[in-house]
Design a protein. Sequence first.
Length: 344
Amino acid sequence: MSGTMPERLDRFMARANAAYYAGRDPFADFVTAPEISQMFGEILGAWVAITWQGMGRPDPFILAEAGPGRGTLMADMTRLLARVAPDCHAAARVHLVETSPRLREVQRAALAGRTAQPVAWHDRIEALSDGPVILLANEFLDALPIRQFVRTGAGWSERFVDGVGFVALPAGDLPEGPFDRPVPEGEILECCPEALAVARGLAARFARSPGTALFIDYGYDGALWGDTLQALRDGQPAWPLADPGLADLTAHVDFAALARAAAGAACHGSVTQGALLAGLGLFARAEQLARNRPPVEAHAIHDAAQRLAAPDRMGRLFKALAITSPGLPAPPGFAVEPAGGDVR
Ligand code: SAH
């Protein structure tokens, strides 16, 4: 007995992650794609330039990132744009969506001198002003709070946190979610209302003014279910309900639910991160960077490309979904086989 009321899982997760991102250096606990290699941001910088062309070269346009972490992705993208697409770089107004004051300072330092106009920060994607936008988010959605429902004979119950354990209580009103999936009795179905609200909000925005969003995250695509809540503390897997604020809590992203919530907009993918990056020229870029380098450095560059794209590393578990205004051309890198389901 904990002596306090059970807390709904999403409320617990929101509280824990707000404390975690405000107080810790998350990058001590996990390594993200932009931190593995500058190639990730360079490839996505090229993706931005081509996407901007396809949108009719709007000037100005909002170049936004949600959950920018250390600012590495945006720094690498803007460096690439300044070099190979100066018109796009000059038109870009960089807006970052970040709740952690500490990480905002890290991002400010990373982007100093890299943008044509001062960078602006917001707490929520919905706060981005109207107008043409290209939004990217890498490992952002996985940090948003999830709810977990358990299929019972009679319907659904919902998981609450009670002390350091779970209790399942009869579910009240069900949120928007993929409750039509054939989940066997006793199994868990997750939904992430904030992620679905983001997708719904972008679809509405993209109906009013031209926009493209790219979400990259680990997750699954298909009518799947299962418990994917996980915690990393000091770089090690940990029990998610112990010591809120000291571990990074994430859940796999449900790309099928996300695409469904974006109804009205055009969705492309999901495709695997490996297919996306390979299609956008990752391995050619690695070749180019490795040329004339000492063997140890050249090997490290090729290994980073493999780490990002190989199926048994980040290439398959990580997926990308693009959401665009109806009528825009498919963004580059999406004319490949859909990712399909995944291991649960
Ligand atoms: N995209 C970065 C960082 C991923 S970590 C990278 O790839 O390295 C998740 C990021 O999202 C952090 O910057 C964190 O502070 C931010 N974040 C988490 N929850 C958020 C929320 N609800 N609103 C805005 N930002 C959030």
